[in-house]
Design a protein around this ligand. Structure first.
Ligand SMILES: *Cc1c(COP(=O)(O)O)cnc(C)c1O
Length: 407
């Protein structure tokens, strides 16, 4: 008899986006003349930078020639891309990361989901609340949790991110082994200071733990005092893995390219307490289960580092950030506590009522769709997320409508 992995049965069906879709469809059916504006989207809306398109075209043309054809590439990514990443994303910011510590992949979702495979099933996992669901669900699948009760999985340490701590969780008061952090944060848009990140690195060193640092929104950091990489923090190389992606930085959500950084010194322990390096383990996993990102796409990713590419990516992000500013200022002017939007494309707004009630209010009175914070975890209850991934015109119209509806 074939039995299933019963840990999958513990997973909570995510009704978040289907619930949103159902409520939006019902409203639209009742009010066919209202042009609904979707401000809940976690996906970019602007087209790819021209530099990336041109590089991708050249890559495709090369593949059609005998001299330029490429079959399987290195699983870890082509040298040209890994070198460019090490130089521009890390060394330029004072983080000593080398090309052979970079693993190119088809997404930070896959990487943040797959990394837990390297660790024992009885390690203690800490995840932020509110949370990007991938961190949690992949650990449920692997059997690192008990049942879901009262809105939380047993066995997980939840790192509460609340107004009281400015949406940067406090250090756990118990032993944890695997710690997920995401800054700039999805969904709250919050950021972590150098000093705060230093305390996490020290915690990981003292507790023989590991930090999984999701920096998918690094490109949105505007404040020069904020760390762009965890490797800018002293001592992080032994205790941190960092995840980056071209999805939000260059609009690659449908193109697919990302990378994970595993420094050579990064360590875990075997059951005898001996140090084991993670780099060879991840290299083995990656090359066993993954066959590389397509050549034209890696060329497109490389183009984000050319002078034109950098300028075009910056313009892309500047556009979203201008939207974010309009959203945050608009909500603040209406008397709402709103954070994020200054170094992230998301604005996190205290609803002063139930997340879903506020969702319904914005939909019915303003024709605007948000994301109810409750969908991201217990601490998200009473909040909504508004996304800057939209056209400026839509954002301005949405904020005008919200203002009229609420004042
Ligand atoms: C969008 C996003 C990513 C990027 O995922 P990809 O698979 O690279 O598209 C990673 N982490 C968070 C928190 C995100 O919001």
């Amino acid at each position: 008899m074939l039995t299933i992995n019963e840990h999958y049965l513990k997973l909570q069906a995510s009704y978040l986006f289907s619930d949103i879709a159902r409520r939006v469809a019902a409203f639209q059916a009742a009010h066919p003349d209202v042009e609904i504006i979707r401000m809940g989207i976690g996906d970019v809306t602007n087209p790819l930078p021209q530099a990336c398109i041109q590089a991708m075209h050249r890559g495709v043309d090369e593949m059609g020639t005998v001299a330029g054809f490429r079959g399987y590439g290195p699983e870890q990514g082509y040298g040209f891309l890994r070198e460019a990443i090490a130089k521009h994303d890390f060394q330029a910011h004072g983080a000593a990361i080398q090309a052979d510590e970079i693993f190119v992949s088809d997404g930070a979702k896959c990487d943040t989901g797959n990394i837990q495979e390297l660790f024992a099933t009885d390690v203690k996992v800490a995840v932020p609340d509110p949370v990007y669901p991938v961190y949690l669900d992949t650990n449920v699948m692997a059997g690192r949790t008990g049942q879901f009760r009262d809105g939380r999985y047993e066995g997980i340490v939840y790192l509460d991110s609340t107004r009281a701590n400015n949406y940067v969780p406090a250090l756990p008061e118990e032993q944890v082994d695997l710690i997920y952090l995401c800054f700039p944060n999805n969904p709250t848009g919050s950021t972590i200071t150098r000093e705060q990140l230093q305390t996490w690195v020290e915690f990981a060193r003292e507790n023989r733990a590991l930090i999984l640092f999701d920096a998918a929104y690094e490109a949105y950091i505007r404040d020069p005092e904020l760390p762009r990489s965890i490797y800018e923090i002293e001592g992080a190389r032994e205790v941190a893995i960092e995840f980056r992606s071209y999805s939000k930085s260059a609009g690659f959500t449908g193109t697919r390219c990302a990378f994970t950084v595993v420094p050579k010194e990064c360590r875990a322990f075997d059951s005898q307490g001996n140090r084991q390096l993670i780099h060879p383990l991840w290299n083995r996993r990656h090359s066993t289960k993954f066959n590389g990102v397509s050549y034209p796409v890696q060329r497109a990713a490389e183009a984000t580092y050319s002078p034109e590419g950098r300028e075009q990516c910056k313009a892309l992000i500047d556009g979203y950030m201008a939207n974010a500013r309009i959203i945050r200022q608009g909500m603040a002017a209406l008397g709402f506590h709103a954070v994020g939007g200054d170094n992230a494309p998301y604005v996190w707004i205290e609803a002063k009522e139930d997340s879903w009630d506020f969702f319904d209010l914005l939909l019915s009175r303003a024709g605007v769709v948000c994301t109810p914070g409750a969908g991201f975890g217990k601490c998200g209850q009473g909040y909504i997320r508004l996304s800057a991934f939209n056209s400026e015109a839509n954002v301005i119209t949405a904020m005008t409508r919200i203002k009229e509806a609420l004042s």
